[in-house]
Design a protein around this ligand. Structure first.
Ligand SMILES: O=P(O)(O)OC[C@H]1O[C@](O)(CO)[C@@H](O)[C@@H]1O
Length: 246
């Protein structure tokens, strides 16, 4: 795992954008794996700037997102489809037909998971997958206990994840109880993975990740099984590791 230590969220976001743009400049037909949550927002702002100021084009880029809440339509303001359209896709020259996110409202969740996994293989796997990490080590919505062999599946969300994501909803009870997520195996198929972690509330998770012990109990630890992972971590998120080094 390649570690890039940066000062703060802004630097993490601009460094990440630099790496994404490098990928696009190297192959303008790249497949990007994208994430939601607070972490990649700064990255997306930088990518939007890249279109306006650096002439980066997404005309031939395809994207696959990691996950979507079960039960929310793409028009729901808390759905990840809505998030992606608002925070990125609506501001860059990407063809929306080339952007893919699981359908949270699909009638049959099993059929939707199968369709999405097949789609990842058909257009992908991603040349570059962006990941955030939950405080409990979740990647996508793969909660502790998820098997390494997991492909796209429906998960019951951990109470800690629902609590943490409640900040996006007007009421905690509105946070969906289930989500569709790419599995660990689906994520590890990506050719390259870029993990972004920022803030004090992730310091414990960074410490656990960098301890290097691979365990189902901490899903992000499976990233040690991939040979092209870059972790960009800011000072606060790295603080507990730094304290150990002193
Ligand atoms: O970036 P945040 O909001 O801390 O969330 C971390 C991770 O949690 C998820 O939002 C799922 O809850 C992931 O998509 C994200 O990478």
């Amino acid at each position: 795992m390649k570690l890039i230590r940066v000062e703060n969220y802004e630097e993490m976001s601009s460094k990440a954008a630099e790496l994404v743009e490098q990928q696009i400049l190297g192959n303008d037909h790249s497949v990007l794996g994208l994430a939601t949550g607070s972490t990649p927002l700064g990255l997306y702002e930088n990518l939007i700037q890249g279109v306006k100021e650096r002439g980066i084009s997404y005309r031939n880029i395809h994207t696959v997102n990691l996950d979507e809440y079960r039960g929310l339509a793409g028009t729901h303001p808390n759905s990840y489809r809505y998030f992606m359209n608002k925070k990125l896709f609506g501001h860059i020259d990407i063809d929306l037909e080339n952007t893919h996110i699981p359908d949270g409202k699909a009638k049959s969740v099993e059929a939707e998971c199968e369709r999405y996994e097949a789609l990842i293989h058909e257009i992908g796997p991603p040349d570059l997958q962006i990941l955030g990490m939950g405080m409990n080590g979740h990647i996508g919505f793969n909660e502790p206990g998820t098997k390494e062999e997991s492909v796209t599946h429906c998960v019951s969300l951990d109470p800690s994840t629902r609590n943490s994501n409640a900040r996006f909803f007007s009421d905690r009870d509105e946070v969906p109880t289930h989500a569709i997520t790419m599995g660990i195996e689906s994520i590890l198929k990506s050719k390259q993975i870029l993990v972004l972690v920022s803030g004090k509330n992730k310091a414990q998770a960074v410490k656990r990740l960098l301890a290097g012990r691979v365990s189902e109990e901490f899903p992000a630890s499976f990233l040690w099984k991939h040979n092209r992972v870059t972790l960009i971590v800011d000072k606060e998120a790295y603080s507990l590791v730094a304290a150990n080094e002193e």
